[in-house]
Design a protein around this ligand. Sequence first.
Ligand code: FAD
Length: 306
Amino acid sequence: MEDFALIAREIKEYLPSLELRENEPMRNHCSFKIGGAAAAMALPTSIGETAGLCSFLREKGVKPLVIGNGTNLLVTDEPLRRLMIKMSDGMSAMERRGESGINALCGISLAKLASECAHLSLSGLEFAHGIPGTLGGAACMNAGAYGGEMKQVLLSVTYLDESIKLREKSAEELELGYRHSIFSDSEAVILSCELELLRGDEEEILARMRELSEKRRASQPLDKPSAGSTFKRPVGGYAAALIEQAGLKGFTLGGAQVSEKHAGFVINRGGASFEDVIRLMDYIKETVYKRTGIELEPEVKIIDNG
Ligand SMILES: Cc1cc2nc3c(=O)[nH]c(=O)nc-3n(C[C@H](O)[C@H](O)[C@H](O)COP(=O)(O)OP(=O)(O)OC[C@H]3O[C@@H](n4cnc5c(N)ncnc54)[C@H](O)[C@@H]3O)c2cc1C
């Protein structure tokens, strides 16, 4: 088992300017507000720092877990024996490329990126404005909403592969599908993305964002901690409809509840444990399966010591 205290000391010597926190509560980094302390969390602020850290960890045989805003994660309450790399505000620079291109680092929030693009009169990210994740998380998940998805705007992604080699792949090579990409089950670290947008009218873009944000507010429990849609959309149906038809809207186990506003969301009513959410998800899966024969598959990524 890794000696994280020793690894943390060595990282601090090797990369003194890198922000490295030990025993960092994951609940502070996940929209579900659930999760015990991770052994260590690094918050890099540049591609060079990220590459230096990843090379060092590879040499030491430590596999880090990269996260963005933690808006699609359910993390164990137990101490998490992992070294986390959080890509967020420190990795959020963006610049315009040519007439309608954007290059942005992976930690920029989709909300900020979409707003900045609107002010540049660039259209295409209106769908993403209300998704609370980062660009890296969205590229990894091929996040989408209201008829839009990352696949429509991504031109290429620059990343560190599993051997810590810097690579760039075009969107066509990323196997972007429903909440899936080549990064979904890999150890690659997304660093930056190149986007191709369309020239548009700032006022119209902002109006579309407002419209979608009102739709979201009206239909989703945005005032309660959650990780968004708990289950993927199954073939031939919608998870929320299947859960609602099974009579589970409002169903509660401990601090976890099927949202009364949107049955596709499991929410933390306050003090929910990891186990509460897991038990509720299992119960939902079992009930829907017995009723319809459809197997729901989690969209939320479950992070534990397994
Ligand atoms: C209220 C709410 C509404 C939501 N609505 C939507 C929606 O409409 N559509 C939608 O698609 N999703 C939605 N989500 C889910 C979530 O916001 C998206 O999946 C988002 O793309 C996750 O981004 P993140 O930065 O939070 O990633 P995280 O949750 O931190 O991580 C998600 C996955 O991406 C990986 N990852 C993150 N960053 C990197 C990186 N730089 N390199 C490699 N891997 C990385 C992680 O390892 C993990 O596997 C919603 C969530 C909430 C809480």
